[in-house]
Every structure is written in C-alpha cells, then in structure tokens.
Design a protein around this ligand. Structure first.
Ligand SMILES: Nc1ncnc2c1ncn2[C@@H]1O[C@H](COP(=O)(O)OP(=O)(O)OP(=O)(O)O)[C@@H](O)[C@H]1O
Ligand SMILES: [Mg+2]
Length: 616
C-alpha cells in the first residue's frame, strides 16, 4: 500500500484499541457463557412465518435485480441498433418495473424484519426486567455500577438492530454475491475470469483503508469523550468545588489544553483518512471497469464479445463490490451478536431471588399485631469472610419502639434489612406474629412493613407521583395529612407547583432533610404495622433535626418500630435499647439502666458520635 500522508496510527495496527477491547470482551463473554444457537432460535420460533417471508423477500429481491443486466444487454445489442420500438418499450419498461419492484420488496422486508425484531426485543426486555426486579439486593451490590441497566438498555436494544440490519444484510449480501457471481459467469466467463484477478486486490485495498479510517475515528472519539468528561466533571458544581479545594484548577486547565490539542491532530487525520477512503474507492471504481474495457477490446481476450455484454457485465461487477465488503466483516458481527445474546441470557439465567413459598401464608392486614422476633439469626454477605450478624436474639414487642445503637459498620442497617426481608438470614429465623418471613406471601409482607432508610431515594417524577407510587389511589386528603405528619406539608404548599413539583435534578432540589421527610410521608401513606427507621447519619441542622424527629415520632407512634438511632434524643425515648458490636448484641436494656451500667453503651455515649451530637 502506498505511503498515506496521514500515516498509520501509532500502534501500527489497523484495528483501534476500543474495537479490539470490545472484541476481546465479547470473546471472553462467549467463553464464560456460551450461547446455544438453539436457544436463540427458540426466541424466533413464534415468528417462524415472518422469518420465512423475510428470507423469501431477500432472495426474491436479489434474483429480480439480476434480470436487469440481461435486459440492458438486450437493449444495447438488439433493441437500440435495430430501433425495435416494441423491444425498446419492453426493455425500458422492464428496467423501471424491476426498480419499483425491488424497492417495494425492500420496504416490505424492512417492515416485517423490524416488526419481528421489535417483538423479540419486547419479549426479552420485559422478561429480563421482571426477572431482574426479583433478584435479591446482593445481586445488584455485586454487579458493577450501571452494568445491569446497560444490559437491559443497550444489549437488548442492539438486538433489534442485529435482527433487522445485521442478519438481514448478511442474508442479502450473501444471496446477492452468489446470484451476481452466477450471472457474471452466465454473461461472460472471460470477463469473469479477469474480474477474479482484479477484484480481490481491489477489495482488500479498500478494506485496509476503511480499517485505518475506523481506527483513527475511534481514537478521535476516545479523545473527544475525554474532553467531554473533563467538561462535564470539572465544570459541575461539585467538580469546581473539589478542584478549588484541592488546588488543582491549573492542572486541570493544562490537561484540558493537552486533550484539546491532541484533538486537532486526530481530527485532521480523521478528516484526511475519510478523504483517502473516498479517493481509493473512486480510483478503484474506475480502474476495474477500465481493465474490463481493455480486456474486451484486446484481440487476445475479447473473444468477440458484444458491447451489450460488456456494459451488462460492468454493471454486475460494480454491484458485487459492496456485498463482498459487507461479508468480510461478518465474523466480527457474528461474535458481537452472539455476545449480545450471551450477556442477556446470562442475566436471565442468574437466579438469586429470595425463594417464594409454594403455599404462602396469607396475612390479613387488620389482624396483624406486628410482633417481630429474631432467633439465633446469623447473616453473612455473599463473599464476605466473617458474618455481619451472629447469634442475634431480639424481640420487638408489638407497638413498641426498640432502638439499636452501635458503631458504624456494626450491622445495624443489615439487621433492619432482614426484618423487611430484603435478605434471608443464613441461620436462625425472623418471624412476624409467629410466621417465618420466608413462609409469607411477599406482597403481604411488603404491605405491613415500612422502611425509612438512611438514604432516602426519590423517583424521578413529581412529589405526587412519588407518593402515589407508594400508595396507589390515595386521596388528596390522605396525601396532605401524610405530608403534615411528616412535617413537610408547609414547604410543599409554598412551592409554586405544590404537589406537582418535580423532584430531583431537573426539578426542585430538596435538601437531605426534606427528602427524608418526603420518604417519611411516603411510608406514612402505606400505614405499615412494623417500621424500620434508619436515621440519616449525616448531621442535620437542629431545626431540621427536630422536624424530622417529630415526623418520625408521629410515624412510629403505635407501630412496632426498630429505630436505628444515631442521636441521643431518639435513643432516650426508646423503651428498649440494644447495643450491637461487630454483629453481636452486647447489651440491652432501658436508657437509664444502660447509662448506669458503665458497659459498652456508656462508652459509646462518652467517646462517640452520640456524645458529639448531644453537645452540638
Ligand atoms: N452489600 C454488602 N455486601 C458486603 N458487605 C456489606 C454490604 N453491606 C454492608 N456490608 C458490610 O456489613 C457490615 C455492616 O454494615 P451495615 O450497613 O449494616 O452497618 P451499620 O451498622 O448500618 O453502619 P452505619 O452506622 O455506618 O450505617 C459493614 O462492615 C459493611 O461493610
Ligand atoms: Mg447503616
């Protein structure tokens, strides 16, 4: 290949880093989770009819397209020189008819294939979503952040394009190449032989140039995304604040300038590479017919061929170029399509959902007293060496508040999640009114247990949507009374859009304490019998704290409550206090008992968070 002005990328390989990385990832994925073609086939089995129609349309379109060169040959060799009006009309009409027919077939094919692709994707997407939602929290903790979402959004989304564009273009390229080659031989075997010498190097050259261009383009994209992320990250409020605090503003500017500078170079190369690609293509597209004309005229090779034959053949060989190029990239497409299915199937096969009982015990809400009992409970996070909780015996009397205190990481939140059955204990049991949580119908359990967690998570939507999501069909009156109970009604009614205020990034930025009170209102609407309140660890200002406090008090009033407490004021009010240390209960009793006992609780009060909160 001649020296290109833009030079090869520094790695000296035609494939870019990103492409190779993706290829490697795809291969690894397939090695770890092989896909059976039968399973993919099964997805399409319900659409067998459509599949047959699509394939038939593809074959029909390529065959019909092949009639064209024969008509051209006939026009040039007979109809035109002989001025045969009938033949001219027939030929011209035939050409138009073929064009219209192939265009129509193409449209119908895309329509059927897209519909099929969409239906398959819809089925997969829905079952995957439902399946993933059932998985335990552990599954999501272990997945890399964003990966679960990406599989559902990107991988399933790409499947549609695999079905409608990759698969159909492979099929159509294949039939076109085979049919065109056959027609070429039928029209002139001499010219076919000559093409066999000229076409392969031309195709290889084009491919090389295309690869080179792709490599440069993806390096440019990588650099572009570095620049974009610098802009997004460093010019956000938190980013600017952090850079100022760290004193890295100048450094960041330098990095930005460097990245932007590299982009000039890459952009130049990428533009030139694009130009080179076009240039090579157009040269090749002239060279091949030139060689054919030459061969057709030279006495040694002409063999008395007619002009019509030559023109028809030139048209055919021009048409075989693209499909051949397309087929050369098939193995990459094939691997990435299989990897796509493999990733989706892997998630469909993963089953870490908490077991649902065969004959679940039903709860009648009104009859639930709300007594919770933990007996010899042990819990270990998957992969963890030591249990996070062990030997836990704890009784939460109906309607009473029990506080749990302990150092950070001692297992308080974990204990709370067992009561809401976000996880099952490894040993021992958690019961509600004497029923093991594992025997209860999950929906029934969810309807009687409420959790306000350390980080309140609000959905993207309006305040009203967030509340109605927790309690579908709640009346306006109930909503406002919950907001009142959560000490947030005044704030909401002062907002211009009231309940219809958007929550989150594009809406009102509720402060941490406000978000927590919204979460409390949400739980109030559900009116649970048993409550797990995980106090926010981040310090709230005293006014907010007392507001949240009051909201929590109202919420827990009359309900069985496990209060994970970080503040002295809350601990003091609990009827019973248990102290957790490294996953074990080391002390329990009333506040006064524990404070006098000079044990772990007293030490906790002295040297820790709890004491600081009191003094502040
Ligand atoms: N999903 C998880 N996977 C593995 N380990 C976890 C997971 N969640 C928590 N842990 C570990 O379990 C231990 C107990 O965590 P937990 O969140 O229950 O503590 P905590 O008492 O609520 O702490 P804090 O007061 O900071 O909220 C910690 O050592 C923590 O690192
Ligand atoms: Mg916690």
């Amino acid at each position: 290949m001649s020296e290109p002005h833009f030079g090869p990328p520094r790695e000296g390989r035609p494939q870019s880093g990103a492409d190779r990385r993706k290829m490697r990832q795809d291969r690894n994925q397939l090695e770890e989770h092989p896909v059976s073609l039968r399973r993919i086939g099964a997805l399409f089995a319900p659409h067998r009819g459509t599949l047959v129609v699509v394939v038939a349309l593809i074959v029909a379109a390529s065959l019909i397209g092949l009639i064209q060169p024969f008509i051209v040959r006939d026009l040039i060799d007979h109809a035109i020189p002989e001025q045969d009006v009938a033949a001219l009309l027939a030929g011209a009409g035939g050409l138009v008819g073929i064009a219209v027919l192939t265009a129509l077939l193409g449209v119908i094919q895309t329509w059927r294939a897209t519909l099929m692709g969409q239906q398959v994707m819809h089925g997969l997407r829905t079952s995957l979503f439902t399946h993933l939602q059932r998985q335990s929290l552990g599954f999501f903790t272990r997945a890399r952040s964003g990966e679960v979402q990406s599989r559902l959004i990107n991988d399933v989304g790409q499947m549609q394009s695999v079905v409608t564009s990759s698969a159909t273009s492979i099929a159509s390229n294949f039939t076109t190449v085979v049919a065109t080659a056959a027609a070429m031989v039928a029209i002139s075997w001499r010219l076919s032989l000559i093409s066999l010498v000229v076409l392969p190097p031309a195709i290889l050259l084009t491919r090389q140039v295309a690869n080179l261009r792709r490599a440069i383009t993806s390096r440019r994209q990588a650099e572009m995304s570095t620049l974009t992320s610098l802009i997004e990250e460093r010019l956000s409020i938190s980013g600017v604040r952090l850079a100022k605090l760290m004193g890295t503003t100048d450094d960041d500017s330098r990095r930005f300038a460097e990245s932007s500078g590299r982009l000039i170079d890459l952009e130049m190369r990428s533009q030139l590479a694009g130009r080179w690609r076009m240039a090579t293509m157009s040269v090749i597209f002239s060279v091949v017919p030139a060689v054919l004309y030459l061969a057709a005229g030279l006495p040694a090779t002409s063999g008395g061929m007619t002009i019509g034959t030559l023109v028809a053949f030139t048209g055919l060989q021009a048409g075989i170029f693209r499909p051949v190029m397309g087929l050369m990239g098939v193995s990459v497409q094939w691997v990435s399509a299989l990897a796509l299915f493999s990733r989706v199937f892997e998630y469909l096969d993963a089953d870490e959902s908490l077991p649902v009982p065969d004959k679940p015990q039903r709860l009648v809400r009104e009859k639930v007293r709300g007594e919770v009992n933990l007996e010899q409970v042990e819990f270990r996070y998957p992969g963890a060496e030591l249990p996070t909780l062990q030997g836990i015996n704890l009784q939460l009397p109906a309607g009473r508040t029990t506080a749990v205190v302990g150092a950070t990481g001692s297992g308080k939140s974990t204990l709370g999640s067992l009561i809401a059955r976000l996880a099952d204990p490894g040993a021992g049991s958690v019961t509600l009114d004497g029923y093991d949580l594992r025997d209860l119908e999950p929906g029934d359990l969810a309807s009687v247990i409420g959790v306000v967690s350390q980080e309140s998570y609000l959905l993207h939507g309006t305040v009203r949507q967030n509340l109605e999501w927790a309690a579908p069909g709640a009346s306006e009156e109930r909503i406002w009374s919950a907001l009142q109970g959560a000490q947030i009604a005044e704030l909401i009614s002062s907002l211009p859009q009231g309940l219809d205020t958007m929550v989150g990034q594009r809406g009102h930025r509720f402060s941490g304490g406000e978000q927590q009170r919204l979460a409390i209102a949400r739980t109030m609407l559900r009116d649970p019998k048993v409550l797990v309140l995980d106090e926010a660890t981040s310090a709230l200002d005293t006014v907010t704290e007392s507001l949240v406090q009051e909201a929590l008090d109202r919420l827990s009033n009359g309900r069985t409550t496990l209060l994970i407490a970080h503040r002295l004021s809350t601990i003091a009010r609990a009827e019973n206090i248990v102290v957790l240390d490294a996953g074990r209960i080391v002390e329990s009793g009333s506040f006064d008992e524990l404070a006098d006992a000079a044990g772990p609780f007293a030490r906790l009060l002295e040297g820790s968070d709890y004491a600081q909160r009191v003094s502040s």
